[in-house]
Each structure stands twice: as C-alpha cells, then as structure tokens.
Write a protein that binds this ligand. Structure first.
Ligand SMILES: C[S@@+](CC[C@H](N)C(=O)[O-])C[C@H]1O[C@@H](n2cnc3c(N)ncnc32)[C@H](O)[C@@H]1O
Length: 288
C-alpha cells in the first residue's frame, strides 16, 4: 500500500536541486539533433498546485522554490528550470509547479520521447490526464523498475533515465542498486540519475558504496544538505548520483550549489560535487 504523495513535498529544497540538474541533462542531450528518450521510473502526478490541500498542509515549497523563483540574479544553470516554472505560472504569483514529467515535457523536441511509470492510482490518473493524446509520452501504471528492464536498450540509443523512488520502504535502497547494475549491462552508454534522500546517513552511504564498488564507471555525486546530519527529524539533505553525466554537469553543479546553499540556507548547509567513480580502469590505463 503506497502512502507517499509527492504533492506534500513538491517544490521543496530537494526538488529544486533535482529538477535543476534534470534540466541541465536534458539541455545537454539537445546539443545533438539525434533523438533521445527520457525514462522516469517514479513519475508522480506530473505537476502540482501549491493551492492544494497537500501543499498547504506542509508549506515545504516555501523553503524551496519559494525562495528561488523570483530571485533577480539566478545563475545561468537555472535558466531552463526557471523558464519551465514561469511557463506554468502565467500570473505574478507562484501557484503551480512542474514535476519531473512536466518539466521534461517542456524541454524536449518533437523527435524526443518520454516513458513514465507511476503506481499510485490518483497520481497515475493525474499523469494520464496531463498527457492525454500526447504521442510523445508513454505512461504505464506499473513498477517503474520492472518497466525499465523492458525498455532497455532504447531504440533511440540515447537516453536519460531518472530513478526517483520515495524510499518509503527500506528495500528501495537495495532495489535501486540492483536495477542500476542490470540496466547498465543492457544500456551502458545511457545517462542515469538516481535521486536519494539523506535521512539516515549510514543507510545513504551504504547504498552509495554498493554503487561505487559495482564496477560501473563514471559516477558523479551531487548533494546538498540544508542542515547537519540528524539535526532534525526527517530529511536533512538530498542528492543525485549520475552515471555517464554530460561532461559539463560537474562544473555546472559547482557553480549552482554554492548559490543554492546561500539562497536556501544562508550558507548554513553543506554541499558536495564529487566523482565517486571517475572513469573505467581501461580508460585510465589508456590515458596514462
Ligand atoms: C518522489 S515521487 C516522484 C517525483 C517525481 N519524479 C518528480 O520529480 O516530480 C515517487 C513516486 O513514485 C511512486 N512509486 C512508488 N513506488 C513505485 C514503483 N515501484 N513504480 C512506480 N512508481 C512508484 C509514488 O507513488 C510517488 O508518486
């Protein structure tokens, strides 16, 4: 039984980082004309209203996108992400927020495709309504990790796979590692982005270590914590682990994170951009 609803958390500090990084990956993929596919294994409702009961109950977005969206001098790394948010909000007030599916839909071209999975009945219906008649978007109400196995390798041979579970169950931490190992075997050149929360630091590090020692090359870790580990109940930070990120993503993140840390935490948080596995052993030997 799934109880997690992203509507409670949409636009919070973790979404700002995740969605901004997603927009940078999609923009990098568009540098070549060749089509690509975006696969979102845990899609959520697609887009959200800050007037909804869920958003009103937590008000989390106020400490996230609420602090960012009308800043007069955002870094260039936020350009496409903020443009997508402005496109959702035609008035002066911030009332709507694009989740990962709607954000990416605003960024892709006619030759590109999207494949989304969502298990929760209400969010699945919202997703279906949002993309009804949209021939570029495929939607399935099925386990996103199982869907991924069936979709790889993609016919386009280029793709970005977002794995963004709610981690409601502890087993999720292990399952995403197994899925990434298997997915990488079938589609070694794909770009993968795994979102992770920092709630219990040990659990997070254990999962990341499993990936680090998996033999998969080119793993870039980008993380932002709004406060010290364990300083409050719940999530103190979040990050994304990328496999095969576009070459410019690490330097873009190094520009973005200090700004985000200042705007979201008054420099009280901490961040890292780190290659946890830089490249394959073969490539390293070849270069030396
Ligand atoms: C963190 S939210 C996704 C947020 C979305 N990717 C975004 O950035 O806007 C996780 C979603 O995964 C759904 N979910 C949980 N387990 C799933 C599974 N095995 N397959 C597909 N969806 C799942 C939940 O219902 C929830 O809507």
């Amino acid at each position: 039984m799934l109880s997690y609803r992203h509507g409670f958390h949409a636009g919070n500090f973790a979404d700002v980082l995740k969605h901004c990084l997603i927009s940078l990956v999609i923009t990098a993929l568009k540098q070549k004309d060749k089509p690509f596919v975006y696969i979102d294994t845990h899609a959520g409702a697609g887009k959200y209203s800050f007037k909804s009961e869920l958003a009103q109950r937590t008000g989390e977005y106020q400490q996230g996108i609420g602090r960012v969206w009308d800043n007069p001098q955002p870094p260039t790394e936020m350009k496409d992400y903020l443009a997508a948010i402005r496109a959702e909000n035609t008035g002066r007030q911030l009332v709507r927020y694009p989740g990962s599916p709607q954000l990416v839909r605003r960024l892709i071209r006619t030759q590109d495709r999207m494949q989304l999975s969502e298990l929760h009945s209400t969010d699945f219906e919202a997703l279906q309504q949002l993309f009804a008649q949209d021939k570029q978007v495929g939607i399935a109400r099925e386990n996103g990790l199982e869907m991924l196995e069936k979709k790889l390798p993609p016919i386009q041979k280029r793709g970005f796979i977002l794995i963004d579970p709610s981690y409601e169950m502890k087993a999720d931490y292990n399952q995403v590692v197994q899925t990434l190992k298997s997915a990488h075997k079938h589609f070694a050149t794909g770009i993968y982005g795994l979102w992770y929360p920092v709630i219990d630091r040990q659990i997070t590090e254990r999962m990341l270590l499993q990936l680090e020692t998996s033999g998969i090359p080119r793993q870039l870790r980008i993380e932002h914590c709004v406060t010290a580990d364990g300083a409050m109940r719940g999530m103190t930070g979040s990050g994304m682990l990328f496999i095969n990120p576009p070459w410019q993503l690490a330097s873009q993140a190094e520009n973005l994170l200090p700004w985000l840390n200042r705007i979201l935490t008054n420099n009280q948080g901490h961040w890292k951009v780190e290659w946890q596995v830089p490249e394959s052993v073969a490539e390293r030997t070849e270069r030396n």
